[in-house]
Write a new protein. Sequence first.
Length: 237
Amino acid sequence: MTDKIPTILVCDDEPDVREMLEEYLKRRGFAVVLAQDSDSLRAGIEAHPVDLILLDINMPGEDGLSILRSLRPENDVAVVMLTAAGEVIDRILGLEMGADDYLAKPVDLRELEARIKAVLRRKQAPAAATPGSSAGGRTVRFGTFTLDIDAAKLFSADGDDIPLTAMEFSLLKVFSENKSRVLNRDQLLEQAHDRSWDPFDRSIDIRISRLRRKIEANPQKPSIIRTVRGIGYIYDG
């Protein structure tokens, strides 16, 4: 974390939830912006340097998934979804759309703080304009793509910046540090996500699927990040 106070935008249609989260996060040293719907969320993003959005899925009008879908192409701000307990489909859809993490309501505030800090740690990185231009120039090839580890950026062969969520970058970094080694889901979650794997947690598989759509020539027949059935995944470079 840097000396800058992180700004968290809380988007939830329930006033009591917004008030509770605002009070807790401010006590824990965060700046907080409140929104109750899609319009106020977008206004908040325009008016403040938001570092992370806590986004409730089940809101009247434009719901959280629709907001996330429209937000992702134009903004890579970190997003943690707040979902109803047991709403597995919503979690899967949110992760597929690029959310960085999720928590089920009612939220445990200490766990929420830990998740926020973990996502922000993954998101912290110096900017870079071209592959290899960051200090030290640590780069790794993923097929025709280049991962600049110091800048936390992925570049195509033409030098185009390929958008990555914080979790997607963390996964690529973990794979780069474990080339030709089979990693199970528990290892991937612990190293890239700061939490252990739940047998029913599909978040790693969803993130791998998203990464394959970005770096594989044929995501249906991956050659860079391959599945090892019954175990996990392997990066062959």
